[in-house]
Design a protein around this ligand. Structure first.
Ligand code: UDX
Length: 437
């Protein structure tokens, strides 16, 4: 099929490459000439495992091109809108500027019988509004909402082999829209991926509901961590024990610094804002608590750091922060808990050095006032405490014996409950973590 992908960020670049991999003819469109040049040359403009290989493979077939010219989308049968919906600067609501701009730029190039497919995470009701605009400009075309559930770090795998496909379709073009999307996703459907056909509002809600549930699960276990801290319990054992109940499940019960990134925090806030507009705010007011619990973890991390310094003032203390990305296998620092803690410590005059396997360049752009190191060894050299704030595999597998000789004082704070506490203590370190004795 001929497909266009409008917006080539974390979502769109992966989607475009995966659609080409599934055998389609794809043009990716973005307003950022630098991003387009990198993608056209087969380079991923951000760190995502598997994406460079996919760009090379799909690029070699000649089925994947990138351009800044939206007119190149004109002969596509299906247009995917994959632009970002960040939080607005002045409120909790989603900023729809990019969605609206992408949609309006695309509109004159939509063929009379084409299908426009929204993938961006939007406030419920957005699809209906865009559908009205499309109907007025192109009466035969239809608009479908097909939310994306990919996780950064697993984006290629999640796009090629999704857990489920959700098509939010209009009543009047239901069969045609479903048939077209079934053709797009023929390979994952043949692999047995469940596919649900809903109305557009439900499809929009599925995405925010899923992310709200995941955020709630993380904040639930972090609330239990707060109780463990005052009552002397161990939240990691508690999570293992409740997680064995199949109805609960162990995934997304990792207590620690909490959630960040470009999705969960802004999606729960946008959901609250949209519910308020719909006069349904009580239905999701619990998300306010989910957000507060999550943000409290960051300040608690600062307190824990003060606590391990044995009375030495935080001001002037040398602290190594291992991790800047919001989670491992990503270079994304949007709303990163790790970088936020580093900034809070810096604001209290600690001498902070941050390192990360992939995210230093992005972190430096966002927080240029912090000091950065390229390696763990360099970061921990002569420090009073080491904070592990993003659980990269290479940090989980650090050899505490080797690091012991480099630091001024062997104190480690595990912000992600990711280290082997006994191994660090056996190597002579004082080990502290969130939610554990
Ligand atoms: C999320 C959703 O998982 C995905 O389905 C959606 O499409 C986009 O938003 P992503 O932002 O890539 O994906 O990250 P995710 O793996 O969900 O992690 C979010 C945050 O929660 C990270 O900061 C992570 O460190 C944190 N987290 C996750 C925890 O603190 N504990 C956990 O148990 C799991």
């Amino acid at each position: 099929m001929k497909i266009s992908v409008i917006g080539c960020g974390y979502l769109g670049a992966v989607h475009a490459a995966c659609m080409a991999q599934l055998g389609h003819d794809v043009v990716g469109v973005d307003v950022d000439a630098g991003k387009v040049a990198a993608l056209a040359a087969g380079r991923a403009p951000f760190y995502e495992p598997g994406l460079p290989e996919l760009l090379a493979e799909a690029g070699a077939t000649g089925r994947l091109t990138f351009t800044t010219d939206v007119a190149a989308a004109a002969d596509a049968e299906v247009h995917f809108v994959c632009v970002g919906t960040p939080q607005r600067a002045d409120s909790y609501a989603a900023d729809l500027t990019y969605v609206d701009a992408a949609f309006r730029a695309l509109l004159p190039h939509v063929a009379p019988d084409a299908v426009v497919v929204g993938k961006s995470t939007v406030p419920v009701g957005t699809a209906g509004r865009l559908a009205d605009e499309l109907a007025a400009a192109r009466p035969g075309a239809s608009l479908v909402w097909n939310p994306e559930f990919l996780r950064e770090g697993f984006a290629v795998q999640d796009t090629l082999h999704p857990d489920r496909l959700v098509y939010g379709v209009p009543d009047d073009a239901r069969e045609r829209a479903v048939a077209l999307l079934d053709q797009v996703y023929a390979t994952p459907i043949a692999e047995g991926t469940p596919r649900l056909v809903t109305d557009r509002a439900t499809a929009e809600l599925v995405k925010v509901a899923a992310n709200s549930f995941l955020a709630t699960k993380i904040s639930f276990i972090n609330a239990m961590a707060e109780l463990c801290e005052v009552a002397g319990g161990d939240v990691t054992q508690l999570a293992d024990a409740i997680g064995l109940d199949e109805r609960i499940g162990r995934r997304f019960l990792n207590a620690g610094l909490g959630f960040g990134g470009g999705c969960l925090p802004k999606d729960i806030r946008a959901f609250m804002a949209r519910a308020e507009e719909l006069h349904a705010d009580p239905a999701v007011s619990f998300l306010r608590e989910v957000d507060s619990i999550n943000l409290r973890r960051r300040e608690r991390m600062v307190d824990l750091t003060v606590g391990v310094l044995d009375g030495r003032p935080l001001a002037g203390a040398r602290i190594a922060v291992l991790g800047a990305a919001f989670k491992p296998d990503s270079d994304d620092v949007r709303d990163s808990p790790a970088l936020d803690v580093a900034e809070r410590l810096h604001a209290r005059s600690a001498r902070v050095v941050v390192t990360d396997p992939q995210a230093v360049a992005n972190a430096r752009r966002k927080a240029p006032h912090l000091r950065y190191a390229d390696t763990v060894e360099e970061a921990v050299d002569g420090v009073d405490a080491v904070l592990v704030l993003t659980e990269w595999r290479e940090y989980r597998e650090l050899d505490p014996g080797k690091l012991f000789g480099l630091v001024a004082a062997p104190r480690v704070v595990d912000g992600r409950n990711a280290l082997d506490a006994d191994a660090w203590r056996d190597a002579g370190w004082s080990y502290r973590a969130l939610g554990r004795p």
